[in-house]
Write a new protein. Sequence first.
Length: 766
Amino acid sequence: KWGGRYNLILTKRGRTISDSQWTFLKQYDPDFVNLAIPSTKKLALDLDTKITPLHVISGISRENFSPSIDESGLSIYPSAQTIRQVGNAFGSDVFYVLFDVEECEDENIKKFIERNFGTTDLRDISNQRIRDYAHNLRLKITDKASFITALMSFNDFKPYVFPIQLSSLGDFIGDDRSHDNENNFYVFVGDSPMDLVDFWNNPFYLQSWTRTRLRQIWIPSVLAEDPELKEAFQKFIHGRADPYGNGQKTAIFCTRSLTNAKINEIAASLTEGTWLLKQAGTRRETPYPDYGNYFSFDRIKLEMIHFRGTGEEEKIIVPPPDIQEGVMGGEHWMNDLYIQVPEKKVVPVNFETWLQLPKNNSVAHTVINTGPSRINQDGIPSVLSARSSQFNSTSQDIIITIPKTWNVFASMILNTGKPYFTTDIRYRYIKPYQYTISVSGAGRHIHGFLEVFGSLESAYQIFEERHWRMFFDQISNVTPEKEQKRLDEIKAKLTKQIRRLSADPANLSSGRFLDWLADKMQDTARVYAEEKPKAVPFSELEKIAKSELAEYNSKNPNSRFRYLKRDVVGALKTLTDSQIVLIGYEMKCPNCLNREWRALNEIDQMVTCRGCGYSYPFPPENEIFYKLNSLVENGIRSRGVAPVILGLGTIFRDARHYFDFLPPVDIFKKGKHITDLDICCIIDGKFIIGEVKVKYSLLHPSDFETMTQLAKEIHPDKIVFCTMDRTIPQRIKDQITQMNTDLAPYDVIVEWLYFDRWIFEANPIR
């Protein structure tokens, strides 16, 4: 049927699909896959995770191979509009060529016409629109003589359209100009299946804007070497390749079944007497087109049908494609739904927010539950649609739901969706993963953090500045210097005790050492808990500001800043206005000498001590002291929130159109805790998980092993690891390399997420 020319035939050698073929398939992004090879569990799972088509069926291998397209799909029948569109003629009459080969005696000639030009049966009711077309050119082919006459008739500069050109409408394939330029005309010679495959697949290599032209033919060997057909083929090839005789066109002769000598002989014969340049050779392997991964919403805006919704769920009625066509019924097509989300809570400023979700068909069901749907390679939900009829009047009704964050991530981690069709070969293999998720303790800290800061973007912009991290540590009473001092003290005590007990090895195995160690750990935890956060005056922030400014100026002598108190006050005001930092006074009771911090809204003219109950007047000379919001304070003291914010923020900054994330979550399998995901986010349709630590020394080899095993089952696009270190040792780099090797068959990339250098450097407070 006309329409859907761009159905690739992918040939496979052996039992595996090569890496280059997978790369091409991902870029081609098929909605349907029809297997003509034995299906296996591995192949079914690879198809599901690597290209996620809507439907995978097992086709029938025919003994007599012939490239063809499936009978289902959208049919584009001839009409005056489509003929003129393909003919690309301005003000001229376009002739539509109707071949009649029913009485053709030569099977090779019949196949040549059917495969190169196509035929249209005017007796078919579906072609009634073309029956009365004023410029139909009817050509009856019965033998070699009538075939020669037909081939010789197309060189009079009139615009001719062949039926096969109409099937090149509806092109959605990318463009790779490294394999072709518009000056090439391709001639495929030979009778093997691979000769026909090369001929059928060639439009994928052509520049997209030239694909509706007739830029290639296939010639059976017996016809290519027939001396009676030589002149007819010469004129036809020259006329189609170089109709205006400018001498810059090239005829490229290809074969799989003939020798180099034979294909060169045929090329010389069929270009003799013309100005055509020629290339000829036997093909062995063919590189696949590289369509690239770049995607922009700008290129599709003009061709979209626009709908406006006001709620989180909208019902739309999508009209069928605007194609002039004949009588038909039962056709289907895929509707890509580009959903612009108005809420920009986690999307970079000045970018349009378009819903881009990971390639996982269970995710598609969170957006569309009214029919078969998938997520295409660009992260766009795509739904199978059928023509409305008296039997199915609502076939075009689509209910679109803006998915909730939790539902999207849960559908990926749990893999909640089975293939829509029970005939799908994946149906028996695709099962929900045995995982469950819940927000972790760190996740609750992150959630509280962002409630105060307003958004991830706001939190990241503050935490990427070293001076604010220092100021927050100071208020929280957990400065790196104090923690290092405590760590050194613990190391010294451990060294001393081990040295004393190791004199008798029995001490280490008797439990005495473990008892001592547990007691010391309990003491350390108690001391840490008792070191309450403190309120600090403005002078503490000034010290940090001046110290950071001095360091910055010493390293940047050509762009020095001078200290301006108003800059520091203005920057602090941003934090106090949002109640990240709270303003108050530190009160000292004259009766019991108890010190306590009171927020502004807790201060009266008379102050009542919370310790002894003594009332005393508010001292007029009291200095303002600052304290952190308790939610921020708890996160700072846990020490794990800042690197998670920086990790998520670093990923978030690269988002072009869509970003969403979950706070850190715990992963369970069959009720057993497996790991926690510090990073669990989507960026422009890519699913990323990650592990975050304060220092790389806290990363254990088991962390890499656990993430590797998890990735093999939930299939993220990328895994990241990050810490607050500027550099990492070789052992960590080796772990990353090993993970990339182990996960390469699963298409998972593993990276160390390096923070930007300025995060670790001094900057003026401005």
